[in-house]
Design a protein around this ligand. Structure first.
Ligand code: SF4
Length: 252
C-alpha cells in the first residue's frame, strides 16, 4: 500500500470516528495547560489531573507561581513522577513567564522553550492546542503508533514530527496528535498491541508484516527452533549433572 493511501485511510477513519479528540489533561487556560503538560512528562494524565485542582487553587497564575519557590510547589506535586525536578521547573517557568512575557504564555516555539521543563514536545503541544499552529507534538505514543501504522519510517521524534507535518493535511495536525496518543494509550500499546480489537489492521504496516502467511510461517519456525534448542539444553543439563555426580562419587 502506498504511504499516501495510508495517510488518507488514517485521516478518514479518525475524522469520522473521533472528530472531537482532545487532550485528557484538565485545564482552563493556556497557563494551566502549560503547567499540566510540564507535569505530565513520564507520568499519566490521570495522576496529573489528581494533583492540578489544588495546585491551580494555590497558584492560579504565573505571578503566584513566581512568588513561590520549588519547596512549596513540591508539596502539591509530590505524587507525580520526578517531583523535585518538576517543582524546580515550575518555579523557574513562573519567573520567566513574569519577567519576559508579562505572565502571558507566548506562542512561539523558541520563546516557549526558554522555560525550564519545556522542550520541543511541550512547546508543540502549547503551540498547536492553544494557538492553532500547524505543529504536532511527538511523544512516545505518537512515535510508536506512527511508525507501526507505516505513516512514517523514522528513528527520532524530530524525524517523526517532520514526516507527519509534511504528509498530514495542515488542518488535521493538531487533532492527529490526539488521535495517535489515544490510539497508542488504549489499543496500540507498547508491549503487546491489541491488534485483535484494532480497527486499523487493514492498512497497518506492522499488522501486515506480522500477520501475512510468510510472517506466520517464520514465527512458527522460530517457535520450533526454540523448542529444539530447549531440548538440546535439557540434554546438556542432564549430561552435566551426571558428570558432576560421577566426580562427587569419585571423591567419596
Ligand atoms: S493493527 Fe496492531 S500494530 Fe497496527 S495500529 Fe492496530 S494495534 Fe497497532
Amino acid at each position: 500500500m502506498l504511504k499516501t493511501e495510508r495517510y488518507r485511510h488514517f485521516v478518514e477513519y479518525f475524522s469520522k470516528n473521533q472528530p472531537d479528540a482532545v487532550t485528557e489533561l484538565h485545564y482552563e487556560n493556556p497557563y494551566q495547560l502549560l503547567v499540566a503538560v510540564i507535569l505530565s512528562a513520564q507520568c499519566t494524565d490521570k495522576r496529573i489531573n489528581q494533583v492540578t485542582p489544588k495546585l491551580f487553587e494555590r497558584f492560579p497564575d504565573a505571578a503566584s507561581l513566581a512568588a513561590s519557590d520549588a519547596d512549596e510547589i513540591f508539596t502539591y506535586i509530590r505524587s507525580v513522577s520526578y517531583p523535585n525536578n518538576k517543582a524546580k521547573h515550575l518555579a523557574g517557568m513562573g519567573k520567566i513567564l513574569m519577567e519576559n512575557f508579562g505572565g502571558v504564555v507566548p506562542s512561539g516555539l523558541d520563546e516557549l522553550q526558554m522555560m525550564p521543563g519545556v522542550g520541543r514536545k511541550t512547546a508543540n503541544v502549547i503551540a498547536s492546542v492553544v494557538f492553532d499552529a500547524p505543529a504536532i507534538a511527538v511523544d512516545t505514543h505518537v512515535f510508536r503508533v506512527a511508525n507501526r501504522l507505516g505513516l512514517v519510517r523514522a528513528s527520532t521524534p524530530l524525524a517523526v514530527e517532520k514526516q507527519l507535518v509534511k504528509n498530514l493535511p495542515e488542518n488535521t495536525l493538531a487533532i492527529a496528535h490526539h488521535w495517535l496518543i489515544l490510539h497508542g494509550r488504549y489499543i496500540c500499546v507498547a508491549r503487546s498491541p491489541k491488534c485483535d480489537i484494532c480497527p486499523l489492521t487493514w492498512f497497518c504496516k506492522y499488522y501486515a508484516q506480522h500477520n501475512t502467511e510468510t510472517a506466520l510461517l517464520k514465527a512458527e519456525a522460530l517457535k520450533l527452533k526454540k523448542v529444539k534448542d530447549a531440548k538440546k539444553k535439557k540434554a546438556l543439563n542432564a549430561i552435566s549433572k551426571e558428570l558432576k555426580k560421577r566426580s562427587v562419587d569419585k571423591d567419596i
